[in-house]
Design a protein around this ligand. Structure first.
Ligand code: NAD
Ligand code: TYD
Length: 346
């Protein structure tokens, strides 16, 4: 019997993880602890609340609020913390870094302290390939590579990882870290590129491709990531980090081509626009360490993109209200003044 505190469990990956774990492990109880920022949505967990009543609980709270975190650990007899809670969007981190430092760094510290004070709870940190920074040549990031983050988001996540490792080395806290590639799939807030482009295309709006679109990402299906995290929780070596991805990369333009093909929409929707400041050109990780635990990804990039497109097409009830709220103001801030490039950048 395991009782997990899943922080950030109302967000994109967290909610998929909660569903995955409750389906896979009938002896597991999950408590979602979430502040419900713009990215945290109760709609993401409606079916979970219905299907797993008794093994699923929800508590609204901030991971920076130590008394509230400690109360949640006591109230539910938590033995394991899985930390998904974070500010997560690079473009927002460029505009407003403050919340990233607070939640991704200080919030991680609060959770580690609480885990430590409760007798050394098992702690898992959900991190990202972005901590490795831009990857040159043919190299694939290894878990032992130095972190070299380049955006405020990536730097705040790297700060969290350093703290997690420090609590293991200094206090012996039983930790693991997973570093995931770019996730796509159901319930991703439409600020991230794939849901943004699908929902723009469904509204016959332009797709704002940053720069020449030759940047490379490992677009991984969210269920594969969730299975990887679960594997690390169950079989990972304490004190270790694990990369989670397909181990391959794809250009943004190729991703857009597949997305438009699945939707049956024209390439004329593509607009090359002014690039993101400090844009990392390539992420790609070596995932052999996780494969060795017995995990294997099920989806190729293309399958992941097509499955994601189909979900957004089938679920406008989920994204249409989002796009008409806070999102409109955000869209104007990021894209309103952005120059269209007459020719793609070199
Ligand atoms: P998301 O933005 O969809 O969700 C984040 C969740 O955290 C939301 O539910 C939000 O309400 C909650 N939250 C934010 N601040 C909080 C606070 N102070 N206290 C409590 N809850 C708070 O993010 P996501 O894409 O699901 O990412 C989840 C985790 O996975 C993050 O740690 C992120 O860095 C990591 N990650 C994301 C990706 C990706 O492609 N999206 C890839 C690798 C790793
Ligand atoms: P994003 O989903 O923001 O994830 P990350 O920056 O964390 O990798 O972006 C994925 C890629 O898509 C990245 O190379 C930036 C690019 N992108 C665009 O070209 N246009 C957009 O409007 C957005 C949001 C992203």
């Amino acid at each position: 019997m395991q009782t997990l505190l899943v922080t950030g469990g109302a967000g994109f990956i967290g909610s998929n993880f909660v569903r995955y774990v409750l389906e896979q492990h009938t002896d597991t109880t999950v408590v979602v602890y979430d502040k419900l920022t713009y990215a945290g949505r109760m709609e993401n967990l409606v079916d979970v609340a219905e299907n797993f009543a008794g093994r699923y609980h929800f508590m609204q709270g901030d991971i920076c609020d130590a008394p509230a975190v400690n109360a949640a650990l006591d109230q539910f007899g938590i033995d394991t913390i899985v930390n998904f809670a974070a500010e997560t969007h690079v473009d927002r981190s460029i505009l407003d870094p403050d919340a990233f430092m607070r939640t991704d760094v200080y919030g991680t510290y609060v959770l580690l302290e609480a885990a430590q004070k409760h007798g050394g709870l098992r702690y898992h940190q959900v991190s990202t390939d972005e901590v490795y920074g831009h990857i040159h040549g043919d190299h694939r990031s290894l878990e032992t590579d130095c972190m070299a983050p380049r955006s405020p988001y990536a730097a705040s996540k790297a700060g969290g990882d350093h703290l997690v490792n420090a609590y293991h080395i200094t206090y012996g806290l039983p930790i693991t870290i997973s570093r995931g590639a770019n996730n796509i799939g159901p319930y991703q807030y439409p600020e991230k590129v794939v849901p943004l482009f699908v929902t723009n295309a469904l509204n016959d709006m332009h797709l704002p491709v940053y720069g020449d679109g030759g940047q490379q990402r490992d677009y991984q299906y969210v269920q594969d990531h969730c299975a990887g995290i679960d594997m690390v929780l169950r079989r990972g070596v304490i004190g270790e980090s694990y990369n989670v991805g397909t181990g391959k990369e794809m250009t943004n333009l190729r991703m857009v081509e597949i997305l438009l093909d699945e939707l049956g929409k024209p390439a004329s929707l593509i607009r090359h626009v002014e690039d993101r400041a400090g844009h990392d050109r390539r992420y790609c990780m070596n995932v052999d360490k996780l494969l060795a635990l017995g995990w294997e990804p099920e989806y190729t990039h293309e399958e992941a993109i097509r499955a994601t497109v189909r979900w957004y097409v089938a679920n406008p009830w989920w994204w249409e209200p989002i796009r008409s709220g806070e999102f409109k103001e955000y869209y104007q801030r990021v894209y309103g003044q952005r120059k269209t490039l007459s020719t793609p950048a070199a």
